[in-house]
Design a protein around this ligand. Structure first.
Ligand code: G6P
Length: 611
């Protein structure tokens, strides 16, 4: 939530900042702003997209080699020009951008109001910069020290950058709970919420840790922590190519990411799985592997689509490893004093690796002595660093707000983890393991085949684009797929959709079915096939409009369905990797036909760094 970018060096800062904000727009897009130092501290801000800001500053004097910008996802105060960042101190000599929430802002605000401060916005961020100003004025200290002292009093999460008219070469950045990456170029520095605005200039980055403050002054970088101890910067090389963060000829990032799946699933298995030699290795499980084999229970914590991946993993782990699994919404888990016993292992799943609730759930589980495994996509992200061990999904940057390729990569990694555990525990027969490994290697080709149904799915989308409701039903491994299909549709087309276990339908949702209700069945050939056929009959009997995802060659369900989408046959435990593809495409096309902003749906953000 909220993206921040800053630059100091020899280039025109506004160009880098605006371009960077566009790359970070997936983090929030309700208003944007930029601060530059040219004569004085100039701030331009605008409600709307970064392109609206860009339009509004055309023709303005923007020359500056130092600057910072922000794209907002509103928490405190509506999206307006005034609430957009950057925010000034009262003397307008300092400006700040901020991603996160200052939880004690109202107490601080009251103290500052008593001292005569006035505020121009409703944000917690403006309070923070006034607080820094107040400390600086009353302690006669440097800006750096004032920022540090302020942060020791602040409760909440932040990634901030501060600029000052009196220190024209200085950028001060700090983080706690919200991500911040520094790019180190030749005589220039970059700062951003993730590495995507940085990689076209430099691959050398520093991931700032919680409670760290970075100061760039006169071209020199120093890092300390909020306890004032100097730290040695740890520079890493980020492995991210520019084409991975561009649309590459596709109309939307979401479509590009859907079509990338054969490759991203292959990338996820590369060097890890080889059916010929029967080898299955995940280096990241490291020294904690034995803990996982010996787990008496696995708790999976995640949010959104990642939670759906967790549900599939529950079926997979229980079937093949015979370990009981509980899948928890991170936001519920963290607030209900969960029971964590010795022998429990927690798996945290997160595409961004920054989801605040998942991060908090990890910290809670850690404090109770649990061992935590992470399944993350973003390398170096907060969750990846907070866990004891784990495996990256290697899906590449996912920019469309609705998660697609990250989901299938999560399923791939989780299946590999489960099979490693099952092999080691001896809960899977060698022959079965071998069969599943071969099946996994064939998944990219089968996903490719499912993608070839695009045109057909587009036609189905046209028929249902004006529907007001949808129901998605599936059983077994396809039940979480039904949830995911419904979520995709809701997120980007704003059509109300319910995902349900097909059999549970008769305990409620069946009342919704009439001749106008589209019902999507994920009805591939598996152990519950016959039961799903009966569920389809129940919907048909009530005149529902049936759209079925079936296995190639099925000659029963097509007779009962208005529309049929045939996917290749796959072992049922791996079917979600294939059966989800038509649902991603269906939601995509319906959203495009309804004129929705597919990559940036209203009210959503890709990286939810507030609870
Ligand atoms: C947001 C995104 C979803 C995502 C969820 C969890 O709601 O819009 O696409 O599934 O967060 O995010 P994570 O990065 O932890 O997987």
């Amino acid at each position: 939530m909220c993206g921040i970018v800053a630059y100091v060096g020899h280039r025109q800062a506004h160009m880098i900042v605006i371009k960077g904000l566009k790359r970070l727009e997936y983090r929030g897009y309700d208003s944007a702003g930029i601060a530059l130092l040219n004569g004085g501290l100039t701030v331009h801000k605008k409600k709307g997209k970064v392109s609206d800001l860009e339009e509004s500053i055309k023709g303005k004097y923007l020359q500056s080699t130092i600057g910072m910008g922000h794209t907002r996802w509103a928490t405190h105060g509506e999206p307006t020009d005034g609430n957009a960042h950057p925010h000034f101190s009262s003397d307008k000599k300092l400006a700040i951008i901020h991603n996160g929430i200052i939880e004690n802002y109202s107490t601080l605000k009251q103290e500052l109001l008593n001292k005569g401060h006035t505020f121009l916005s409703e944000t917690d961020t403006e309070v923070l910069i006034h607080f820094v100003e107040d400390i600086k004025d009353h302690n006669d200290c440097t800006l750096e020290e004032a920022v540090r002292l302020a942060l020791t009093k602040v409760v909440g999460a932040y990634a901030i950058v501060v600029m000052s008219v009196d220190d024209p070469t200085v950028l001060i950045a700090a983080r706690k709970g919200s991500p911040l990456v520094l790019g180190v170029g030749k005589d220039e520095y970059f700062m951003a919420s993730d590495a995507t605005p940085i990689v076209e200039y430099t691959k050398e980055v520093i991931y700032l840790n919680d409670h760290e403050i970075a100061v760039i002054k006169d071209g020199q970088l120093s890092i300390k922590n909020t306890a004032n101890l100097p730290l040695t910067p740890y520079i890493q090389t980020v492995d991210l190519e520019l084409e991975a963060i561009e649309k590459g000829g596709f109309e939307h990032f979401m479509l590009k990411e859907i079509f990338e799946q054969p490759r991203s699933i292959k990338d996820c298995m590369r060097g890890r799985l080889d059916s010929l030699s029967g080898s299955l290795i995940l280096g990241g499980l490291r020294d904690y592997t034995t803990k996982l084999f010996n787990a008496e229970r696995i708790l999976i914590v995640a949010c959104g689509t990642s939670w759906h991946a967790g549900l599939v993993a529950e079926y997979f782990f229980e079937e093949f490893c015979r370990i009981p699994v509980e899948v928890e919404y991170a936001s519920e888990f963290r607030y209900r004093n969960p029971i964590i016993r010795e022998g429990d292992v927690v798996i945290a799943i997160s595409q961004s690796g920054e989801t605040a609730d998942t991060l908090a759930a990890i910290e809670l589980a850690k404090s109770k002595g649990a061992i935590i495994f992470g399944v993350c996509n973003v390398v170096g992200s907060s969750i990846a660093r907070a866990t004891h061990a784990g495996a990256y999904t290697h899906a590449g940057p996912e920019i469309g707000v609705a998660s697609t390729k990250a989901f299938t990569a999560q399923l791939t990694v989780l299946s590999m983890i489960a099979l490693i555990v099952a092999q080691r525990k001896g809960t899977i027969a060698e022959k079965k393991l071998q069969e599943l490994l071969v099946e996994m290697e064939n998944i990219p080709a089968k996903v490719e085949k499912a993608l070839s149904l695009n045109e057909k799915i587009k036609k189905i989308a046209w028929t249902f684009k004006d529907a007001r409701n949808f129901i998605y039903l599936g059983r077994g491994y396809n039940f979480p797929v039904a949830l995911e299909g419904a979520l995709k549709l809701k997120e980007i087309s704003y059509i109300h959709a319910e995902g349900y276990p097909a059999a549970e339908m008769k305990h409620g949702p069946i009342a919704l079915i009439d001749e106008e209700m589209p019902v999507v069945f994920i009805a591939t050939r598996d152990s519950s096939y016959e039961k799903v056929v009966s569920n389809i009959q129940e919907v048909k009997a009530r005149k529902g409009r049936v759209i079925s995802i079936v296995t190639e060659g099925d000659d029963t369900i097509p007779k009962m369905s208005e529309f049929v989408i045939e996917v290749p046959a796959v072992h049922e435990a791996l079917m979600p990797l294939v059966s989800v593809i038509p649902l991603q495409l269906l939601s995509y096309h319906i959203a495009v036909m309804r004129g929705c902003n597919v990559d940036q749906p209203r009210n959503l953000a890709k990286s939810v760094t507030v609870e």
